[in-house]
Design a protein around this ligand. Structure first.
Ligand code: NAD
Ligand code: UGA
Length: 456
């Protein structure tokens, strides 16, 4: 079959894989190729065991793969063929040099730009899919344009808003798709080519067009606003624990105000995931570089509150269990940063596990999908891994719920209680359990933002 347009995505990760799969599925006349330098990842995308766990993704990949969706490691050849190139490489927080701990590490991004230039002999549209600092498109244009080959590149920003665990739903029915471009004739033509792809399935009124800088900044701002809501309710959760107010009731009451709305107001052990902290620190770094120190401080406090919430959870375990957990078996139920994913990047479970290990607890980690990643995160630490939650809790002094997996709501806690050391403690870091019922069974129950229920 000859395809109308050839699309390439560089980076076959949590964003590149699912987004390109959806485009391939919805646009059968486009050839979609996804490339990566990580051969094992590409082999997995081409196998029955795709490299990321995401509900519903498996079926969509199988339906499109080999027809108009291809996974490959031949980056150079794929660049030569492509009309439109999405770049979805990782942009982690820098760990070295200037801006370490704040600025995004753009080395993967820049290498991609140079590789595109080296392998192109026709004009192309380049789409920033990765989350990048505002004005990155300018740097990309400088690298790409003015080349001696006389070919032109139009750089667009099309940030991705999917959340892990619901990626397929989010891609199929997005709240909005954002496309930013230069407002020149060639910029607007490139913008139209990208809008045409999404228009295959996204209603026109949900496709927002803007200038390229607004699109870049909107992505950072959206993540900062979402994370800010979680830190806000988590700050209130600490006050609830002191005052016998119930954070669930408070969040319900404030969320009923249509100006505030109910979403993203679930108090928790803290937000995790590869992006919230990284993107806020990215925003903080940009603000500082423009001398906007008050703005930088304001957003940084969202991250500080999140780090404090995770520390506070460990402190609550420690003080709740008579100020010592040394030698005590503590079962962590859940290690993924949220339910329905195996991803553990920046998961609060990591800092909780490390905090408990520092107190010399015997940590048992359980998770239905994230044990392999947990083993990498806690490499070198003395930890027991046990997928079966009943076995993990057997003989434990305490259980801590760290991921809101549905299966943890449905466990037989009476059976678990009998298998545990007494007095038995439960620390619900996700507020998913029936605390009153657990207390009546005999557990000492500590939830986020609620008064503790203790038998002593
Ligand atoms: P990821 O680490 O899962 O995937 C990135 C991939 O890029 C890796 O497989 C890596 O091998 C590959 N890569 C790096 N350099 C390369 C090169 N030169 N050539 C070919 N491949 C290369 O990252 P991710 O979670 O998919 O995130 C990618 C970007 O999308 C980030 O900027 C992130 O902030 C943003 N984002 C992520 C999410 C999410 O839910 N994970 C959502 C929205 C936006
Ligand atoms: C988030 C955003 O929701 C996406 O729109 C964005 O595209 C993505 O980041 C990104 O840029 O990577 P994600 O991190 O996958 O998506 O998942 P979320 O559902 O946002 O959850 C993030 C963290 O916040 C999780 O640890 C979750 O448990 C926690 N959370 C979420 C709460 O503690 N309380 C809430 O009310 C909501």
């Amino acid at each position: 079959m000859t395809f109308k347009t050839k699309i390439l995505c560089i980076g076959a990760g949590y964003v590149g894989g699912p987004t390109m799969t959806m485009i391939a599925r919805k646009c059968p006349t486009y050839k979609v190729t996804v490339v990566d330098i990580n051969k094992a990842r590409i082999d997995a995308w081409n196998s029955d065991n795709i490299p990321i766990y995401e509900p519903g993704l498996d079926e969509v990949v199988k339906a499109a793969r080999g027809k108009n969706l291809f996974f490959s490691t031949d980056v150079d050849q794929a660049i030569r063929e492509a009309d439109i190139i999405f770049v979805s490489v990782n942009t982690p927080t820098k760990t070295f040099g200037e801006g370490a701990g704040r600025a995004p590490d753009l080395q993967y991004w820049e290498k991609t730009a140079r590789q595109i230039l080296a392998n192109s002999d026709s004009s192309k549209i380049i789409v920033e899919k990765s989350t990048l600092p505002v004005r990155t498109a300018e740097a990309m244009e400088r690298i790409l344009n003015g080349n001696p080959k006389g070919i032109e590149f139009e750089v667009l920003s099309n940030p991705e808003f999917l959340a892990e665990g619901s990626a397929i739903q989010d891609l199929e029915n997005p709240d909005r798709v954002l496309v930013g471009s230069r407002e020149t004739p060639s910029g607007l033509a490139a913008r139209k080519a990208l809008v045409d792809i999404y228009a295959h399935w996204v209603p026109k009124e949900k496709i927002i067009e803007s200038n390229v800088w607004s699109a870049e900044l909107s992505k950072l701002a959206a993540n900062a606003f979402l994370a800010q809501r979680i830190s806000s309710i988590n700050s209130i959760s600490a006050l609830c624990e002191k005052t016998e107010a119930d954070v669930g009731e408070v969040s319900y009451a404030i969320g009923m105000d249509s100006r505030i709305g109910p979403k993203f107001l679930k108090a928790s052990v803290g937000f995790g995931g590869s992006c919230f902290q990284k993107d806020i620190l990215n925003l903080v770094y940009i603000c500082e570089s423009y001398g906007l120190h008050e703005v930088a401080d304001y957003w940084e406090s969202v991250v500080r509150m999140n780090q404090w919430q995770q520390k506070r959870f460990v402190q609550n375990i420690l003080t709740g269990m008579f100020r010592t957990v040394a030698g005590k078996r503590i079962a962590l139920l859940g290690f993924a940063f949220k339910a329905d994913t195996g991803d553990t990047r920046e998961s609060p479970a990591i800092s909780v596990a490390l905090g408990l290990l520092e107190e010399k607890a015997q940590v048992v980690v359980s998770d239905p999908k994230a044990l392999e990643n947990a083993k990498k995160d806690l490499a070198g630490a003395e930890v027991i891994y046990e997928e079966d939650p009943y076995k993990a809790a057997d003989g434990a002094h305490a259980i801590a719920i760290l991921t809101e997996w549905k299966l943890y709501k449905e466990l037989d806690y009476a059976k678990i209680f009998k298998s545990m050391k007494q007095p038995a403690f439960i620390f619900d870091g996700r507020n998913i359990l029936d605390h009153k019922k657990l207390f009546e069974m005999g557990f000492n129950v500590f939830a986020i933002g609620k008064a503790a229920l203790k038998h002593f």
